[in-house]
Design a protein around this ligand. Sequence first.
Ligand SMILES: O=C[C@H](O)COP(=O)(O)O
Length: 426
Amino acid sequence: MAGTVSKLAAPRPAALPAPSSSLRSTALAFAPSARRFRVSLSGRARSPVIAMASGKEGNGAATKRTTLHDLYELQGQSPWYDNLCRPVTDLLPYIANGVRGVTSNPTKAISSSNAYDDQFKQLISAGKDAESAYWELVIKDIQDACKLFEPIYDQTDGADGYVSVEVSPRLANDTQGTVEAAKWLHKVVNRPNVYIKIPATAECVPSIREVIANGISVNVTLIFSIARYEAVIDAYLDGLEASGLSDLSRVTSVASFFVSRVDSLIDKMLEKTGTPEALALRGKAAVAQAKLANQLYLKKFSGPRWEALVKKGAKKQRLLWASTSVKNPAYADTLYVDPLIGPDTVSTMPDQALEAFIDHGTVSRTIDANVSEAEGIYSALGKLGINWDEVGTQLELEGVDSFKGSFDSLLTSLQEKGNALKPATL
Ligand SMILES: O=C[C@H](O)COP(=O)(O)O
């Protein structure tokens, strides 16, 4: 059973094109009852969706229309897939089922799969060191994925159909290093629909401004608080203004606001407080803050300053909901998707969230519903001692540390693997 479309759903905006028929021809019949994740030949956990896409269970039937198509066509929200790994052609059925962009985590992809082994061996044999080899593996995936999403990018005149790749997490506190890395990555990937991912750390907010000013499209990641989100929007606006470009239509950006991690941390704090009032607010902080972020977006992308940029073709920096998979099994599995639906937004979902939404998500405009309730929750949490800026700082530190940690450990393991290969191959 596909998810239901709300009777209140707005009519499809005329400007939004239907999914490409060529993309939709890929066979996939989603089976909501097929909950088991399988292990593919590459060793990576695959969802039933992917298994069918590989042809092992596909029946060659026409693509089934899903709630993902409704999400975009009825509500103007772009569903993206929060997972990019080899073979990149595994993305085709996702695209056919309504996915319109992809966020990547190369460290996770490479460390959990043996599909990179052959290219890695070739690179080491050719004399590359482990870190150069890492970037070549990443760049190949990103270029291949960009090609798959190019039709969406073209159909939407550069508004959608992006593939996002991060600069080295080791640079998360290095303003100029991040600028140089972003320029390099943009140049070597050399695709119009790549987003260079830069973290919203205090040090990298100026990098965002600089990279945008250089005409490079950016996915700003690791945003956890309203205060930092406002600084990110300002960096985007400043960068557009500083660019000197007469046509701003090809410099775009998404602001990745992390959702579930906010609840994970605040829930713990509320449990520590332990009062009935505190306990009643568990599972409510993340969505409330996200709704308020959207209010800020509406305010900042309006008025004379923004209108002057629109005259030069500027596109709004869309809010992208990240960290959308539910961490507390007691919560509804679409908790971080259903209440955050609205126009000109993106929701990037890993397999579990994507499948839950296809199966029983509700397509209805929710992002600007119950805003005063969200304000009430935000302020009640403040009165209970939750300091939103401190929550943002803690989550940012944890996020940066975790990305750096996995990057470092992958590079160590690639170095060991490379050293082990050398005697046999050189
Ligand atoms: O979209 C964001 C990242 O993939 C992180 O998600 P996560 O908070 O579920 O780890």
